[in-house]
Design a protein around this ligand. Structure first.
Ligand code: FE2
Ligand code: FE2
Length: 250
């Protein structure tokens, strides 16, 4: 969709936050379609070795179809929200495509499954929409920091731009969920709300620690060792937690 069409749609009003986000995703749809890889990167051997151990896990994590998420969202009944989620899932799949291109050029073998991905999938499948989006957000928040480290430290400007593209999308994804999820979370009874907040915090801190350790090779190669990555994650979590667990007027 062209920006003029999106702007017209926004001004047609009355509109909802879900409709605005649907328009935003429509505007960004296909933005990476022309990205191909050069295969001519100049990477330090230590960076290439780090990417080899790290990228396949993130590539796999970006590949979900979102089928369970979309079914759960349809029960909420807002077609704009469902459509926005559909386009959000498509953007994640586009990230998987970009990472697959990088893997192919570097002749990195991709994964079919990994235990961390399995844990996320099982947890999300047994939960309702709100819990499912919260679990998905754990990966989103880690991704925001991870791709930033890669974009800033990989040392090749073309590859850096690919990671920056993904990171910019991940920041928008956080903003999308921040705009649409709290009103649903806020409907939970107080004890459940408090329990969910505690579990989410534990999941965020725990996942950050696992990623910092598991991906230490590439983090070190990109000038952000595991300790620094974990510290930055704690800072990010402190900012993000109150954005999702906050009173709303809905
Ligand atoms: Fe992504
Ligand atoms: Fe994302």
């Amino acid at each position: 969709m062209r920006w003029s069409e999106t702007a017209t749609k926004i001004h047609e009003g009355p509109t909802t936050i879900e409709a605005l986000w649907r328009a935003d995703f429509e505007f960004h749809e296909g933005q990476h379609a022309k990205v191909t890889t050069s295969g001519m990167w100049k990477l330090a051997p230590v960076v290439e070795a780090g990417l080899r151990t790290s990228l396949p896990q993130f590539q796999l994590g970006e590949m979900g179809t979102g089928a369970h998420l979309l079914t759960a969202a349809e029960k909420v009944g807002d077609p704009d929200y469902v459509q926005a989620l559909q386009l959000f899932v498509r953007e994640e799949q586009e990230h998987a495509r970009l990472l697959a291109l990088v893997c192919q050029d570097l002749e990195i073998e991709m994964l079919q499954k990994h235990w961390t991905d399995g844990v996320f999938q099982v947890t999300r499948t047994i939960a309702g929409l709100r819990a499912e989006v919260l679990m998905l957000l754990v990966a989103e928040i880690v991704a925001v920091r991870y791709y930033k480290v890669l974009a800033e430290g990989v040392g090749d400007h073309v590859l850096s731009r690919i990671f920056a593209r993904i990171q910019e999308d991940e920041v928008r994804h956080l903003e999308f969920h921040e705009a649409t999820l709290p009103q649903h979370i806020d409907r939970w009874p107080k004890p459940l709300w408090l329990a969910a907040r505690t579990i989410w915090l534990i999941a965020l801190v725990g996942t950050s620690a696992v990623v910092a350790w598991d991906h230490r090779k590439v983090l070190r190669a990109c000038d952000s060792g595991p300790t620094r990555f974990f510290r930055e994650m704690l800072r990010l979590i402190r900012v993000q937690l109150p954005k999702f667990f906050r009173p709303t007027t809905a």
